[in-house]
Ligand binder design. Structure first.
Ligand code: NAD
Length: 305
């Protein structure tokens, strides 16, 4: 099979000074992309700054690749996109990867812990994406990756702030994929699990050793390639394995026995087991299906009332 290359493409990868982002940067650069290695260089809780994007840029250049460092915070995402335009004249790929953790049980979680985590993950992805969007629209081409987490999809104790922001990115991806469809802008989400400073005290040591971030990089790179046609996918990946995640909806039930019956708190209680029975649950691919379902339901409701 021919190698999937990125010659002529410019990629911006946020939070690429270490962990997963670094592996994405190394792989895309090795395959010919010009890369903006963005990293604020903060500690894992978002505090402080340093230039560790430089190490990644050096490694890329030493191997003959092309990269520049960018030290802006993703909350100033427009400056990161400007770095791509100023240095390389275009942008084709945006990987929203930067992230921090401020884990605390909810009672102890301050408003600052909530705001900072949302600022980096959700607002940061909005800022970079919004700035890149005008270029993607004009050139009828773009590849965007959001980074979610199992903590967002399933919830995780002590991570209410992070879980909320990470699931927010899934909604952002779904809606933006629709807006990008006719402009050849593909928007997808990675749900990674890998060894990094974010997981060093969470994953058991043997797992930590095995879960190399470079095992996830090919998945992200494939979804960033011009040949990749999928959009609105949420892809879980770890340990050289990948799978798709999506929501399903139960078949559900009317909340009354006879058409003339009222819907009461008690009837909801009676029918609850059927409401939450996931046998036969189905995935809804498009919001239009929900609208059609609503129209059908309205007809049934009016006929029964
Ligand atoms: P990491 O800490 O090694 O990488 C995150 C990088 O983002 C750091 O280098 C950090 O300096 C940078 N960063 C933080 N705030 C920034 C800001 N405001 N602007 C620019 N850069 C900033 O951790 P990682 O595990 O490689 O995480 C990468 C992404 O993957 C994150 O979004 C994280 O939430 C997500 N994620 C990771 C895992 C995992 O198992 N490692 C699981 C689920 C989700």
């Amino acid at each position: 099979m021919d190698l999937l290359r990125f010659d002529g493409r410019v990629a911006v990868i946020t939070g690429a000074g270490g962990g997963l982002g670094k592996e994405y940067a190394l792989l895309l650069a090795a395959r010919g992309a010009k890369v903006v290695v963005n990293d604020l260089g903060s500690a894992r809780d978002g505090v402080g700054k340093s230039n560790f994007a430089d190490t990644v840029v050096k490694e890329i250049r030493d191997k003959g690749g092309v990269a520049v460092a960018d030290y802006n915070s993703v909350v100033n995402g427009e400056k990161i996109i400007k770095t791509a335009i100023d240095n390389f004249g275009r942008i084709d790929i945006l990987i929203n990867n930067a992230g921090i953790l401020r884990d605390k049980s909810f009672l102890k979680l301050s408003e600052q812990d909530w705001d900072l985590v949302h600022a980096v993950h959700l607002k940061g992805a909005y800022k970079t994406t919004h700035a890149a969007w005008e270029y993607f629209r004009k050139q009828n081409y773009g590849r965007i990756i959001m980074t979610s987490s199992n903590a967002g999809i399933y919830g995780n104790f002590g991570q209410t702030n992070y879980s909320a922001a990470k699931l927010g990115l899934v909604g952002f991806c779904y809606a933006l994929a629709l807006e990008g469809a006719k402009y050849n802008i593909k928007v997808n989400t990675i749900v990674p699990t890998a060894a990094s400073r974010l997981t060093e005290d969470i994953l058991p040591p043997d797992m930590f050793q095995a879960m190399k971030p470079d095992l996830i990089a090919p998945v992200v790179a494939y979804m960033s390639h011009e040949s990749f046609d999928g959009t609105g996918h949420v892809i879980d990946s770890t340990l050289g394995y990948a799978s798709k995640v999506h929501f399903v909806k139960s078949v559900g039930t009317p909340l009354k026995k006879k058409p003339s019956d009222p819907v009461t708190i008690e009837s909801v209680k009676d029918f609850w087991p059927k409401v939450v029975d996931m046998n036969g649950a189905k995935h809804i691919d498009k919001i239009a299906e929900v609208s059609m379902d609503l129209a059908d339901r309205l007809q049934v409701f009016e006929n029964r009332a």
